[in-house]
Design a binder for this molecule. Structure first.
Ligand code: OMD
Ligand code: FE2
Length: 453
């Protein structure tokens, strides 16, 4: 397959025409009496008509048939999506999941059928909240497309490449890339291998790039590294093209007689996009102490409360570690936010070997967590020379101000929750010493003075 082309920029106003139909985009207006090539004009609104200009998002499609020509929706009963957060008793324990299973070879499961909600909070009806899903699939969506009426999907592939066709054109998503497909955008996922990954769904707001403050005008995820597909269409009449809709937390399906990927030209600023995490420009201390992980924020979905995210997407990329007189790994921590972590590649520095690619952890609001015993002891005694950390690895975190509830699938059905997780902190020793009436940290004297009982 030839390399796909993309448009570059975050939040930009784009125009795109399939090269097979030059001048298919109307000039100077959105709704000509007759569109070029006999196309239909259709607007997709991603914000209220009256949203301030800085937040206003919409795109115009010029398509062979308008989306409205479909038969009635019926319930679609596959998959494990839920927004029922009351199915399980609340559980504040630290949670770790072993890598999630792929479907067995005897069953065909496509991307949408393979969605399993693991945790979340809030409600798409009131447009507040989020859901975290694990996807695990082994077959392609054939003559079947999906759209989410409830919110936006941030897709984090962990195994396998997703070949995604959208109304805007085609994009591929492979591990260490992420894709955002926003509310209402229709897409189809084809695969050539078993695929697994994580999805952060947000109900209320779209993702933005974080402000950079004193960092200045450049850095972290740079806008030009976000890629949007170019127009591509197929003119295909079929007996039964399925459109699956996620609406109020439930799936529905309807039929139509043509491919929904019939957009010949489009323009606008409401678009799907992808981003290669290898392009993240890492900022960190070059003196001492461990910076808060907000320095690694790729995208943020803001709540109404200033500086407080419904969800931040944060990564832990390969980088240099140079801090002096510092315990370099993550600190011990109790947080007013929920921390859901996944691992795309390699291992996570605070828990080498304990947290595996394709697995997950959840450290809920105010639940203590931090480095395991080995990490603490090694990092307390390591020689503090400049060193590469997280080489060949990529962990990430969805951090949310919401108190996340784990679903029945997450707690029971998936059978991956590890009851032994708490043990990784059980061996942490008391190193406290008092010497000549002065309190001090034994670590200063490691290997030297015995502790006084
Ligand atoms: O809990 C974690 O591992 C995530 C995390 C990383 C870090 O570098 C600092 C704080 C934090 O919560
Ligand atoms: Fe944390």
């Amino acid at each position: 397959m030839s390399e796909l082309k993309y448009l570059s920029g975050f939040g930009s106003e784009f125009t795109s025409e399939d090269p097979r139909c030059p001048n298919s985009l109307p000039k100077g207006q959105n709704n000509p009496q007759k569109c070029p090539y006999g196309l239909y004009a259709e607007q997709l609104s991603g914000s209220a008509f009256t949203a301030p200009r800085t937040e206003n998002r919409r795109s115009w499609f010029y398509r062979i048939k308008p989306s409205v020509g479909h038969k009635p929706f019926k319930k679609f009963n596959k998959g494990n999506i839920t927004h029922n957060w009351d199915g399980q008793e609340p559980d504040p324990n630290q949670m770790r999941w072993q890598p999630f299973d792929f479907p067995t070879k005897s069953e065909n499961v496509h991307f949408i059928e393979g969605l399993n909600t693991i945790c979340g909070a809030g409600d798409p009806k009131t447009k507040q909240g989020l859901a975290i899903h694990i996807y695990s699939c082994n077959s392609s969506m054939n003559d079947c497309a999906f759209y989410n009426a409830d919110g936006d999907f941030l897709i984090v592939p962990q195994t396998g490449t997703l070949h995604v066709t959208t109304e805007f054109g085609k994009l591929t998503l492979k591990p260490n890339e992420i894709g955002v497909i926003q509310q209402g955008m229709r897409f189809n996922v084809k695969i050539n291998e078993p695929c697994r990954g994580y999805i952060l769904e947000v109900f209320g707001q779209h993702f933005i790039l974080p402000d950079l403050g004193p960092i200045g005008a450049n850095g972290l995820a740079n806008p030009r590294d976000f890629l949007t597909p170019v127009a591509w269409y197929e003119d295909r009449t079929v007996d039964n093209y399925e459109i699956i809709s996620k609406y109020q937390g439930k799936l529905f399906v309807c039929e139509q007689d043509h491919s929904p990927f019939d957009v010949v030209a489009w323009h606008g600023n409401y678009v799907p996009y992808k981003y290669d995490l290898a392009n993240f420009m890492v900022i960190n201390t070059v003196s001492f102490d461990h910076c808060d992980p907000s320095i690694f924020t790729v995208l943020s979905c803001q709540s109404e409360k200033k500086g407080t995210a419904i969800a931040d997407f944060v990564i832990f990329p390969p980088r240099w570690s140079v801090q002096e007189h510092t315990f370099r790994p993550p600190y011990y921590h109790r947080n007013c936010m929920s921390e859901f972590m996944g691992l795309i590649l390699g291992e996570y520095e605070a828990k080498r070997g304990g947290f595996l690619p394709g697995g997950a952890t959840l450290h809920s609001i105010m639940t203590p967590h931090g480095p395991d015993l080995k990490c603490f002891e090694d990092a307390s005694n390591e020689e503090l020379k400049p060193t590469r950390v997280a080489e060949g690895t990529q962990a990430f975190m969805f951090e949310s101000c919401l108190s996340l509830a784990v679903t029945k699938w997450g707690a029971e059905t998936c059978e991956k929750l590890d009851p032994e997780y708490f043990k990784c902190w059980q061996g942490l020793k008391k190193n406290f010493t008092v010497l000549l009436g002065l309190a001090t940290r034994k670590s200063v004297f490691f290997g030297g003075i015995a502790s006084i009982p």
